[in-house]
Write a protein that binds this ligand. Structure first.
Ligand SMILES: [Zn+2]
Length: 489
């Protein structure tokens, strides 16, 4: 929980309508409701304040399921201030006296549940909402939130920055709230830096997000641009993601961008945005980005039809960020990407974005698959074969040994080599074990069975055994569970 060190030590408390309260008072209010209801199974109780993830226990919340987020945002570069009006459509999965959302920083100016003012209490990124009337199990409910303030960039357990990351046009990181743009990448815990969210990868939802920025800036989100309108020196970009999306994959990256729209040979719309300061020089990303249509076709042929309604890229000049992210439909790159990085982020659209992990220890289901996809793309392009990549890593004493792929418990290891390199090696070893034909069928079936949903390592193991007809306990034990370098399998 290294995130906690960033949070304010003082619990904030903002209440609209029901008078000033504190977490303790809100709790006693719930207890009062319970007292009147006896111990009946449907008595409203508080939803859990965490999603229970081993690595990030406080991320996400219990007791409800979000179906849709509507965000109407406005950003001021001069002050760095973000103003948000949000509507959450959710369904209760228990009778709720209160529920939590995840939100960092900001002042919450107003919050309503089903049209009535609700009480809130804040503690770090936990925003506890107590509706005027308890919520019934299995009933839909609507939350309206108005908030404002200068967003806080999150710092991950491994030291990386994430979430709302202000940028300068010259590629440096701003030292004051004033900024030229924003790089927005939320894995694993960045979403609460810009909206109130049930920040669990298990709670996928659809999104429509509008962002108003001064004329001259472009705000780029997931999915499709449904409107762009200017008035009074400001432009509002409205984006819709119609497919279920995990909150960590949401983006609204802002800056000066040159945008090229087109279609792949198969007719898939493309939206490629490049920071103009990167264009025209020796590192101009255009030649690599021009391969996106061929890459998408190649991956579609291997894994199954591309999962979403369009594809693109956002290439920013912000190398201080240190990574790129497979934000849904439009990966964000902090610099001109290498070809292998682009194919990696594209492969995530299948593995990670459409088929999404349910717990963060299953990160190899994202990174192992995307890294292995780099290998097969390179093989297809006449470079090293996937087996040669495997052999190279296997021979390396400093290779991805010593950390269990799925049983690691330090959140700082989330983006470690065990998920990327050893994850990819696991797939390549499995390919050798069950044969190329069955392996290809396995990947296609995996995607088809879990698209637009969540999946687990156990499900992957079960499917591998089913398709191969082999008992693979020992194989997955040495590759995924045992930290030591596998010696035989
Ligand atoms: Zn990745």
């Amino acid at each position: 929980m290294a995130h906690r060190i960033l949070l304010r030590a003082t619990a904030l408390c903002v209440v609209i309508g029901l008078g000033l309260t504190t977490p303790a008072v809100a709790d006693s209010g719930s207890a009062g409701l319970l007292a009147g209801s006896g111990t009946h199974a449907s008595a409203p109780t508080p939803g859990a304040d965490g999603g229970g993830d081993v690595l990030f226990p406080q991320a996400g919340n219990g007791g409800y399921d979000v179906r849709h987020y509507h965000l109407d945002l406005s950003w001021q570069p001069d002050t760095g201030k973000l103003t948000g009006s949000e509507v959450i459509l959710a369904t209760a999965t228990q009778s709720l006296s209160s529920f939590n959302l995840d939100l960092r920083a900001f002042t919450v100016n107003k919050i309503r549940v089903n049209g009535s003012n609700a009480a809130i209490a804040r503690n770090g990124q936990e925003l506890k909402v107590t509706p005027a009337v308890p919520l019934r199990d299995r009933w839909p409910f609507v939350v309206q939130i108005e908030y404002s303030g200068v967003p806080e960039t999150a710092i991950d357990p491994d030291g990386a920055i994430e979430g709302w990351i202000p940028t300068n046009d010259d590629g440096t990181q701003p030292t004051t709230p004033k900024a030229d743009g924003v790089f927005l990448a939320g894995e694993p815990q960045g979403a609460p830096t810009w909206f109130a969210v049930n920040d669990s990868p298990k709670d996928k939802a659809t999104y429509d997000i509008s962002m108003t920025v001064p004329d001259g800036l472009t705000a780029i989100g997931n999915g499709s641009l449904v409107s762009q309108r200017s008035s009074g020196g400001k432009t509002t970009f409205s984006w819709v993601e119609r497919y279920p999306m995990a909150s960590y994959l949401a983006t609204m990256t802002i800056g000066k961008f040159n945008v090229t729209q087109g279609r792949t040979p198969n007719g898939l719309p493309t939206y490629i945005a490049v920071d103009p300061s990167l264009q025209g020089g020796p590192n101009d990303p255009a030649p690599v980005l021009a391969k996106i249509p061929a890459m998408v076709d190649y991956l579609s042929n291997r894994f199954g039809r591309y999962p979403f309604e369009n594809i693109g890229a956002i290439v920013d000049n912000a190398s201080f960020v240190g990574y790129s992210l497979e934000t849904q439909t439009k990966p964000v790159y902090d610099r001109p990407p290498r070809e292998s990085t682009v194919v990696h982020e594209l492969a995530h659209q299948w593995f990670g974005n459409s088929v999404t992990l349910g717990k963060w220890q299953d990160i190899w289901l994202n990174e192992g698959f995307a890294s292995w996809s780099e290998w097969i793309w390179e093989e297809d392009q006449g470079g090293l074969t996937a087996q040669q990549q495997f052999d190279k890593l296997y021979a390396d004493p400093a290779g991805p040994w010593g950390v269990s792929v799925v049983d690691f418990t330090d959140p700082a290891d989330l983006f470690g080599a065990q998920g990327y390199d050893r994850g990819a090696m696991t797939l390549q070893a499995l390919r050798g074990k069950i044969g190329v034909e069955k392996f290809d069928k396995l990947l296609r079936t995996w995607y088809n069975a879990h698209r637009n949903s969540n999946a687990t390592t156990d499900q992957f193991v079960a499917l591998s055994e089913k398709i191969s007809g082999q008992q693979l306990d020992e194989f997955f034990d040495v590759w995924l569970h045992n930290p030591a370098k596998p010696l035989s399998w």
